[in-house]
Design a protein around this ligand. Structure first.
Ligand code: HEM
Length: 126
């Protein structure tokens, strides 16, 4: 049985992987790079996918350790985190489709991470 802290480490490694991948794509696209030209497509998509999975495994592992019962409804702060996870999962290739978004993404997505952490630390809504 793994500890809550172990799951938190998985959670953070997953977040780091997702952001490295999203940042790489955003910078490549902002410099005029396209998906077809990228020589790191596979690396970035595997890194982003493994990252998304680790965020889930770590997050739900921690939930079990902090006493969330099976079948209990999720609190609102958790739904906000799940929504942020879904956005971070879906958004990785977006800078190629809309290169004008690449620069704003560079600043906005880390703010979204801030919201996710705020939800976990303060649990302002239940
Ligand atoms: C499906 C998505 C997610 C789930 C199920 C989830 C779940 C959790 C849970 C249960 C905790 C521990 C709360 C506690 O101990 O009271 C936590 C902590 C944390 N989450 Fe998430 N989370 C998700 C997505 C995210 C995302 C997308 C980020 C950032 C981009 C994030 C960042 C963090 C951080 C940094 C902590 C540590 C806070 C602390 O220990 O003080 N989470 N998460």
């Amino acid at each position: 049985m793994f500890s809550r802290n172990f799951y938190e480490i998985l959670h953070i490694i997953g977040i780091a992987l997702m952001f490295v991948a999203i940042g790489g794509v955003a910078v490549h696209a902002a410099n005029g790079g396209t998906k077809a030209e990228s020589r790191t497509r596979k690396l970035v998509s595997i890194g982003h996918g493994v990252g998304a999975l680790l965020v889930l495994v770590g997050g739900f592992g921690m939930l079990a350790r902090i006493g969330m019962q099976h079948g209990a409804g999720f609190p609102a702060w958790l739904w906000v985190k799940i929504a942020i996870w879904a956005v971070l999962s879906a958004i990785v290739l977006m800078p190629y489709r809309m290169p004008s978004l690449a620069r704003p993404f560079f600043w906005l997505l880390p703010m979204l991470a801030g919201v996710a952490v705020y939800m976990a630390v303060y649990k302002p809504i239940n």
